[in-house]
Ligand binder design. Structure first.
Ligand SMILES: [Zn+2]
Length: 477
């Protein structure tokens, strides 16, 4: 427990908070951060936090990316990009890892090294229904792997190799995920390590956990040779065994990937013959519309094409669901496609994609709507009382995190993530009476100087979630 990169904040809380003891009965251990030595293979895994709450329909449709369809596309980006924070959508340069705005510089290695990295990542996924390219696709969704930088662009210390989002609760494929490989830390000439960490970070977006199998890229353990996904049951963990995400009893990376994206089926289809793309537009609701939460909403789409429209799909960015039309939730009448979806609460972003009979595809611009709870008090408010923004913390000392958390429904769990120089640590806060929750962090004497982020988040008994703005503190020596 000296050093723990924790993937399962919500599952963990049940164990820590759910015991029914009062705060004084709990012997709450201090959270240890930044122990051990830096290791380029360490990375940060950020559980995706979906804003608002999902309806039953949305839960059932989540991660509709399923084997048997078109391949999952993975775009290896060496050009750099400026990204904004929000739910992952690589086609919009939007990333759940980013707070505000961040610019990742281009990959600084040579073309020859880059080509080796690209071909190697392609080989890693060659067995699966995945295409790997270094040309940005014209439209989403696709997983984007950013190669470049050293992590400081995202507020991390320089001791980690990468960062990726994961869905630790439902293990869905985050089809629009943006993942990061900090090539400047890994070595811009080390194509092998860049390739392994690339496979590793993309693996997280496809729900893979860390495991204790040295020849597999999902491990932190050293291996002499190129790591490739192993068709073998392995225990999960960083340096010692712990439970796997999503209650998997063990992890076989090949079987998980095959179940998530399917096996590769022959050659990719030839490029479509010249023709014109379909015309597709969203008639309603309007961009920015406010609609009632937990209600059935209608989405009306027009799609036409000279060669005939063969397929219309609603891309529900909230959870990666793809709703075909006609289908369970959609009817077609001529060129009008009408969806009826029972939705939850919070912000929703979506696009509609139309495919014509020759395979040409057109996608609408993204549209955002807001599903507002009928009960306007149904919110969670988090106020971080300590530490203060900009506070200095000496390496080797303790720092207390205290937050005041209120909600219209009872608060079930409160947690925090320390994003440090050598990875991130997520753990629970414990109730301290009233609306206060707290925990003491012990910063290792080995911790290098520099900024850190402390992010407090909370969940109510109905699954409503909220995340406070991060508090930036500075470790000094
Ligand atoms: Zn990892």
């Amino acid at each position: 427990m000296r050093h723990q990169i924790q993937l399962l904040p919500w599952a963990l809380f049940a164990a820590v908070v759910g015991g029914g003891c009062g705060p004084n009965d709990l012997d709450v251990p201090t959270v240890e951060v930044e122990g051990g030595e830096p290791d380029a293979r360490r990375d940060v895994v950020v559980p995706i936090q979906r804003q608002g709450r999902a309806s039953g329909l949305e839960v059932a449709a989540a991660g509709a990316f399923a084997p048997g369809g078109p391949p999952l596309r993975v775009y290896l980006n060496r050009e750099g990009a400026t990204l904004t924070g929000g739910s992952d959508d690589s086609s919009q340069n939007r990333s759940s890892i980013v707070n505000g705005r961040a610019t990742i510089p281009r990959f600084r290695g040579t073309d020859a090294t880059w080509n080796k990295i690209r071909d190697c990542v392609r080989d890693e996924f060659a067995r699966f229904n995945v295409t790997v390219t270094d040309q940005r696709p014209a439209s989403g969704p696709y997983v984007m792997a950013m190669f470049g930088g050293n992590g400081s662009e995202l507020g991390y210390g320089r001791g980690i190799g990468g960062v990726a989002p994961i869905d630790p609760n439902d293990c869905t494929v985050i089809e629009g995920a943006v993942v990061y490989i900090f090539s400047d830390n890994l070595g811009i000439n080390d194509w092998e390590l860049n390739c392994e960490v690339g496979a590793h970070e993309v693996g997280h977006a496809l729900s893979l956990d860390h495991e204790l199998l040295p020849p597999d890229p999902m491990t932190y353990l050293a291996y002499n040779g190129l790591q490739t996904f192993q068709d073998q049951d392995a225990r999960c963990g960083e340096y010692s065994a712990r439970a796997c995400v999503c209650r998997r009893p063990s992890q076989n990376t090949v079987k998980v990937l095959a179940s998530k994206v399917g096996w590769r089926m022959g050659e990719p289809p030839p490029p479509p013959p010249p023709g014109s793309e379909p015309t597709v537009s969203i008639k309603s609701p309007a961009d920015g519309a406010v609609l009632p939460a937990f209600s059935t909403i209608q989405i009306v789409v027009e799609a036409t094409d000279n060669d005939g429209v063969s397929k219309v799909e609603l891309l529900w960015k909230y959870n990666g669901a793809v709703f075909p039309c006609p289908g369970t939730y959609c009817t077609q009448s001529g060129s009008t496609y009408t969806y009826s979806l029972y939705v939850g609460s919070g912000e929703r972003r979506f696009q509609v994609r139309a495919t014509d009979r020759t395979g040409l595809v057109a996608t609408t611009p993204e549209r955002v709507i807001y599903l507002q709870d009928k009960n306007p008090g149904d919110v969670i408010s988090i106020r971080v009382l300590e530490p203060m923004q900009g506070q200095q913390i000496r390496a080797g000392s303790m720092v207390k995190v205290t937050a005041e958390v209120t909600g219209s429904r009872p608060i079930a769990q409160v947690g925090m993530t320390w994003s440090g120089a050598w990875g991130s640590v997520t753990d629970s806060l414990v109730p301290e009476g009233g609306t206060r929750w707290g925990r003491t962090i012990h910063v290792s004497p080995n911790a290098p100087a520099g900024p850190r982020q402390i992010t407090v988040f909370a969940q109510d008994v109905d699954g409503g979630r909220a995340t406070a703005a991060p508090v930036v503190v500075h470790v000094t020596r």
